[in-house]
Structures are given as C-alpha cells and as structure tokens.
Design a protein around this ligand. Structure first.
Ligand SMILES: [Zn+2]
Length: 201
C-alpha cells in the first residue's frame, strides 16, 4: 500500500457517545471521533459544572450555618463582625438579621432551580418564590468558597429571594460604609449578608 493513503474501510475502534464500542470505517470514524470527543468534552464540562454547583450549594450551607452559630454565640468577635457588616446593634435589627439567615438556610435545603446566563454578572434572580437563580460568567470564574465566591453569591441571591433585600451598594468597602452610615440599609443589603457569611473581616 503506498504511503499517504489509508485503506478506506479499515475498521476503527472507538467510543461512541453512549459509551459503547463500535467498528467504524476510518473516514466515518475520524468524523465520528471528532463529534464523540466534542460530546465527551461537553459531557465532562456539564458534569464539572454540576459538581461545582453541588459544592457551591454545600459551601453556602456551611457559610450560613456558621453565620447563624456566630449570631447565636454572640461572643466579642461575633459582635464585632456583626457591627462591621450590619452596624450598630439594636435588638430589633439583630433579630431581623438572625431571621434572614434562618430563611436562607431553609431555602438552601429546598429545591433551587439554577440557570446559566451570558449577561456579564455574578448572578440574578426575581425575589420571592419560586427559588430560581441565574448564574453568569463572573460566578463561573469565582472560587467555590471565601470572599466573592460561588457560595457567597448563592447566599447573596437567596437573601433577595427570601427577604427581598436590595442592592444599595456592591463590594466590601461600600457594604462596610453602609453599616456605619445606615445600619437600617445594611440589614437590607444583599452584599452585607454575603460578606458576613463569607467570613470577610
Ligand atoms: Zn443582588
């Protein structure tokens, strides 16, 4: 057989999208291989996204549980962190914040519908039921845990969903300022719930 020419009907073993082995002719085979690689790549991509989402929801649960624990323990450091993100303490405002976290915690154990959006955002939602969150490219590139994370984004969105919080300001500097200048606004601002829960100092 001359170089450069491949017999047209050499059987080629390959994995098809259903994971079964099959014999394909080499011409068909190379085309099918490309599409199979694409299907597998897409499958891995979807699977990783799914695993990431599960991890993020689990971490959001951890964050919110930890926030609730701190608010209940109410040690010196807990009080300081509360003041950093929610401003001057009053019984009424503290009770309100406690209640928002309990509602977020409840929401996290319910069914949440997640969508992808191409809008250049972390995420968005429409306050009130159903629990439905659209995740954007900024969310996708965020870490799972910590400051400005996937988990924190979910906490942020759920505060809109369950307690109709606003976005008076975004970012930690603005959220801290809001806590000082207007605690009443801070306890109604989504990012303040996110940063307290993320453990940001
Ligand atoms: Zn928001």
């Amino acid at each position: 057989m001359p170089y450069g020419i491949v017999a047209a009907n050499d059987p080629v073993n390959m994995i098809d999208p259903t994971g079964m082995f099959g014999d394909l002719g080499s011409t068909m085979g190379s085309m099918a291989l490309i599409s199979a690689v694409a299907v597998i790549a897409l499958g891995v991509y979807v699977l990783l996204k799914d695993i990431n989402l599960k991890l993020a929801v689990a971490e959001a649960h951890n964050m919110v549980s930890s926030a609730i624990t701190q608010l209940q323990a109410w040690g010196v450091m807990d009080q300081l962190r509360y003041k950093t993100w929610f401003g001057k303490y009053t019984v009424k405002r503290k009770t309100y914040v406690d209640d928002v976290y309990v509602k977020i915690s409840t929401a996290l154990s319910q069914h949440i519908i997640f969508h992808q959006t191409n809008s250049n955002v972390y995420a968005y939602c429409y306050p009130g039921p159903p629990l439905e969150i659209w995740l954007g490219p900024l969310y996708n590139s965020a870490p799972i845990a910590g400051a400005n994370s996937k988990a924190g984004t979910i906490v942020h969105e759920l505060s809109h969903e369950v307690s109709n919080t606003s976005d008076f300001v975004y970012g930690s500097a603005g959220a801290k300022r809001l806590a000082t200048t207007s605690p009443e606004s801070a306890i109604n601002n989504a990012d303040n719930y996110e940063y307290f829960a993320e453990g940001v100092q």
